[in-house]
Design a protein around this ligand. Structure first.
Ligand SMILES: [Zn+2]
Ligand SMILES: [Zn+2]
Length: 413
């Protein structure tokens, strides 16, 4: 069977998260988005674990609420500020892991995403002892990520490097970028939302589609390891240009810079503040290949834009979180079952019977890869624009190599 899985979220017990990140709301919103399995995040936190225990137990590492399955996971910051993702086979392994790290962490009981005074190698050793999976989270971002502080996987995980089986790409990268780096070819790439809110613009904005025999931890583990016929069959995510750190840009005024220009300015913006190196530039710096060399096991990467964002642009709204957009979004999702079906599967004629012509047209433009993206950078998300019909050609013309502000998304669906 095929399942859609978002394997990185945060509960309301992590910093800067929505109060709505409770297990009930997440389980309902995941269904509406079209996500079958969600990784709980924050599972080292006692109060969050209490909430998780409201779910039905499917097996020792798999839980269910409102038809959404959950597996146990957390994100941890190590002593070099690198973020790691961990997936646990059972509640028992969560307790054992906490026991092993508790003397090394000051905020284990207060923050859903704790800091621990251990390095990547030490963390991976403990994970291996307890059969917990571990890999770098959002590996290329300029803060709190593996490639922000290390030049290689081995630098980060030392002698334990072979135990690492996956890497999370993060919102600002895709497999076309990451497969320019040779050492990543053996890893499974994960595409996850890392969301702090259950809103459909956030939850499931990136997900993995796995071939498995059941929607359980063990089956997902095998899919990540690519054994017993299980495997990832799709990575689905935002066009990387939409990510907050795609291009190098100032963290204060968001002026974008080319790598050469940023270096010439010694990473200081004309406004005086710092320029942060974008994921695109960091990967190209690290790249052994000019063009991505995909290993045979690498699944296709499909770029998706959240439906609420498409609706927002189509009906001239500014805010994808407002009532007007939510009403339109719900009409479509209630009719066709999930957001993913509306974006990819449902016949466009059927969509036109349910919603406004402008929205039908915008979904069609998205499917035809004609949505235009202004890249993000410096901590500011990229934005999408819809070409008007008459402007289609004009806008395409503006997309020459000299214009760095806009680029067509590559939608390989
Ligand atoms: Zn993180
Ligand atoms: Zn600036």
């Amino acid at each position: 069977m095929l399942i859609n899985a978002d394997l990185h979220i945060h509960s309301r017990f992590s910093g800067a998260t929505s109060e709505k990140m409770n297990i009930q709301t997440i389980s309902i919103e995941a269904q509406r988005k079209g996500i079958d399995v969600v990784a709980t995040g924050d599972c080292l936190h006692c109060s969050w674990m209490n909430e998780i225990s409201q779910c039905n137990v499917i097996d020792e590492g798999t839980f269910e609420l409102n038809s959404t399955r959950f597996i146990l996971s957390t994100e941890i910051e190590d002593n070099k500020r690198v973020h790691h993702l961990l997936y646990f086979p059972s509640i028992l392994s969560v307790w054992d892991f906490k026991e092993r790290i508790k003397s090394k962490s000051k905020n284990l009981e207060s923050d859903g995403r704790p800091n621990v005074n251990l390095n990547g190698e030490e963390l991976a050793q403990i994970a291996k002892d307890l059969h917990i999976m571990i890999g770098p989270a959002h590996a290329f971002t300029p803060w709190t990520a593996m490639y922000a502080y290390h030049n290689t996987l081995k630098d980060c995980y030392g002698e334990m490097v072979d135990y690492v089986s996956f890497l999370e790409l993060g919102l600002s990268a895709d497999s076309n970028f990451a497969d320019k780096i040779r050492e990543l070819h053996r890893l499974t790439f994960l595409t996850n939302s890392d969301c702090h809110s259950p809103h459909p613009v956030r939850l499931g904005r990136e997900f993995n589609r796995f071939e498995v025999k059941a929607a359980t931890f063990n089956e997902i583990r095998k899919a990540i390891l690519r054994i017993d016929g299980n495997k990832p069959v799709l990575n689905v995510g935002l066009p990387p240009q939409e990510g907050k750190y795609h291009e190098s840009a100032c963290i204060s005024c968001y002026t974008h810079y080319s790598l050469e220009e940023a270096e010439r300015r010694r990473w200081k913006c004309s406004c005086g503040k710092r320029i942060k190196k974008g994921v695109k530039d960091r990967i190209n710096e690290k790249a052994e290949f000019l063009e991505p060399q995909h290993p045979d096991h690498r699944p296709k990467y499909v770029h998706l834009i959240p439906l609420a964002e498409i609706i927002t642009k189509a009906i001239g709204q500014r805010n994808p979180f407002g009532k007007t957009v939510t009403k339109r979004w719900s009409e479509l999702v209630d009719t066709f079952g999930s957001e993913i079906k509306v974006l990819i599967d449902v016949d466009i004629d059927e969509i036109s019977h349910v919603t406004a012509p402008a929205i039908t047209e915008a979904i069609q433009l998205f499917r035809e890869k004609k949505v235009i993206i202004k890249p993000g950078g410096g901590g500011q998300y990229g934005t999408i624009e819809l070409p008007t019909q008459d402007e289609g050609d004009l806008i395409t013309l503006k997309l020459g190599p000299k214009d760095k502000q806009t680029s067509l998304i590559e939608y390989s669906g």
